[in-house]
Ligand binder design. Structure first.
Ligand code: NDP
Length: 291
């Protein structure tokens, strides 16, 4: 079994980005600049946004964090997005999801300029991705592709089974793994909560990508020997063994499954760090496209 070490791979990517930023600035260019909008004070969202801002500092980007109280109106939020869209100094914009119920997430996603949509969630960028045209790929699927590529995981002709069909992970992943490219060229099965006989399907997977948000859902009896597993899930559970009082679990029962795998991502330290690295990569692409 080989671990797909997302932490190390993400650090390699961040170093590569930092070198590019230094070169860009030495040539008289400006530092890439990422803006993040955070609404409310949800603990997990705070953690994710802070990690993104910290990652910007580490690679030499400028960053701006705009905070709103959870009762901010949709209008006020949209007006801030418009302001950032028109700010020539800012290259990339992300709005941390989920948003409070009174705000229409799709409206917010569509309000972000596709040229600054470094999360890759805008419908026009999803369309370009579907047609295999250059675009900002959604960060988590892009991170998974990068992990597979950098670890030289064979994908051509393989059966890739994806559990979960969300717009940010499962659905784009199914499109990308079926594309005529590497990583890709897989035969893809996209499964969800209405799928029947899930275990029968997962057992045929050469590559199994799991993103449903249920801790340790995939067990050893659901996979075949030699499978490559990408575990996207992150669930916080209480723990009396950690200082913080909680720990993170993936959607895969890592300990019982790992010995059957050719490759597997750990949680934490697998897909999570890759998502942030790809957000930085998209921001660098956005900045360079203006020079
Ligand atoms: P969503 O809740 O948006 O989607 C979950 C998907 O899983 C849905 O398609 C749902 O089906 C499917 N599902 C639920 N139960 C089952 C079941 N019993 N069998 C098969 N399919 C099922 O989740 P996300 O994609 O946003 O996130 C999934 C997980 O990944 C979460 O733990 C999240 O925290 C994590 N995540 C991690 C990231 C990272 O960077 N590492 C980034 C993004 C997410 P249906 O459509 O029918 O409801």
């Amino acid at each position: 079994m080989q671990l797909l070490d997302g932490k190390k791979t993400a650090n390699d990517i961040k170093e590569e980005i930092a070198i590019e930023v230094t070169t860009l600035v030495a040539k008289g260019g400006k530092k890439p600049h990422l803006a993040a909008i955070l609404v409310g004070s949800d603990g997990a969202s705070e953690t994710y946004v802070n990690a993104k801002v910290k990652a910007c500092e580490r690679v030499g980007f400028d960053s701006t964090l705009v905070r709103f109280d959870s009762d901010v109106s949709e209008e006020e939020l949209l007006s801030e997005i418009e302001k950032i869209n028109n700010n020539l100094d800012i290259d990339g914009l992300i709005v941390q999801l989920p948003l409070p119920k009174h705000i229409d997430e799709m409206k917010v996603t569509e309000a972000i300029s596709p040229k600054k949509d470094v999360d890759g969630f805008h419908p026009s960028n999803i369309g370009r991705m579907t047609l295999n045209s250059p675009t900002f790929l959604p960060a988590t699927p892009a991170g998974i592709l990068e992990l597979l590529e950098r670890h030289k995981v064979e994908t051509v002709g393989k059966h890739c089974v994806i559990v979960g069909r969300s717009n940010i992970v499962g659905l784009p992943m199914s499109i990308l793994m079926a594309q005529k490219s590497y990583p890709g060229n897989c035969t893809v099965t996209l499964t969800h909560s209405r799928t029947q006989n899930l275990k029968k399907i997962t057992k045929t997977a050469d590559i199994l990508i799991v993103a449903l948000g249920k801790a340790e859902f995939v067990t050893a009896d659901m996979v075949k020997d030699g499978v490559c597993i990408i575990d996207v899930g992150i669930t916080r559970v209480k723990s009396d063994k950690t200082k913080s009082g909680w720990k993170l679990l993936g959607d895969v029962a890592f300990e019982s499954v790992k010995d059957k795998c050719s490759f597997i991502t750990p949680v934490p330290g697998g897909v999570g760090p890759m998502t942030i690295a790809m957000l930085l990569k998209n921001t660098l692409i956005a900045a360079k496209s203006k020079t």
